[in-house]
Design a protein around this ligand. Structure first.
Ligand SMILES: [Zn+2]
Length: 232
């Protein structure tokens, strides 16, 4: 047994993203990065750089809205505009796009439109990440196992630091202690988890190299970062 983690990193590309990619490559950590269309337009070269360095880039909408607060049509436009940009980045990188993945901003699956969005994703070739070995009960309680979008079984929560909703010490404590009875514990228990992390300039500003501190901690605890696997 071992502590296995699929690392997912949201809200790319930002200024800090290129350095994060370099850190991941140096430490042999595979990752799925979910890109926001508006950010791709600002830092197109960074997405191409990530792809060239072996990162799987998925779709995280165009303007990062809560999908329960917009119409179905607006939601589809959010997804499709970003698909065009991601495909362009793969083309520019000269590499085939093997995985078509989507993560809802805030993992808000659209409220009463949830099943419509799930059907759209299924019918348009989006792929499901292999989550069959996740043990955290909370993942099944909300039904993530049945959905095609990429959710997570453990949230690092470091995005709460710039807004002072959490201190960085509290983030590190949560990382070390886990989510408790029904949730995941990625440092102390053997198992498989999909972990939510972010590439955020505002976090980098408050805690320089936050991603190094957090990911080094996991590496030192013997966490094995594994390649994501996908099915249609
Ligand atoms: Zn996000």
């Amino acid at each position: 047994m071992s502590k296995r983690v699929v690392l997912t990193i949201d809200d790319i590309p930002q200024m800090v993203t290129k350095n994060m990619v370099d850190y991941l490559v140096k430490n042999n950590i595979p990752a799925v990065m979910f890109a926001v269309g508006e950010n791709i337009e600002k830092h197109f070269d960074t997405v191409v750089y990530a792809i060239k360095n072996g990162i799987t880039v998925g779709n995280h909408s165009y303007s990062h809205p809560s999908f329960s607060a917009i119409s179905y049509e607006e939601g589809i436009e959010e997804i499709e505009k970003t698909e065009v940009l991601i495909n362009k980045a793969y083309e520019e990188a000269g590499l085939p796009r093997k995985v078509k993945a989507f993560r809802f901003p805030y993992i808000d699956k659209g409220g009463d439109k949830k099943e419509l969005f799930q059907r759209y994703l299924r019918e348009n070739g989006f792929m499901k990440i292999d989550d069959s070995e996740i043990e955290a009960k909370s993942y099944y309680l909300v039904g993530h196992d049945k959905d095609i979008d990429v959710a997570c079984s453990f949230d690092i929560r470091e995005y709460n630091v710039p807004s002072n909703d959490m201190t960085f010490d509290e983030v590190m404590l949560h990382l070390r202690e886990g989510d408790g009875e029904d949730g995941a514990d990625i440092m102390n228990r053997d198992g498989y988890n999909i972990v939510l992390f972010h590439s955020h300039d505002d976090t980098e500003k408050v805690v320089p190299k936050y991603y190094v501190t957090i990911l080094d901690e996991l590496l030192n605890a013997g966490v094995i970062f594994t390649e994501s696997e996908w099915k249609n």
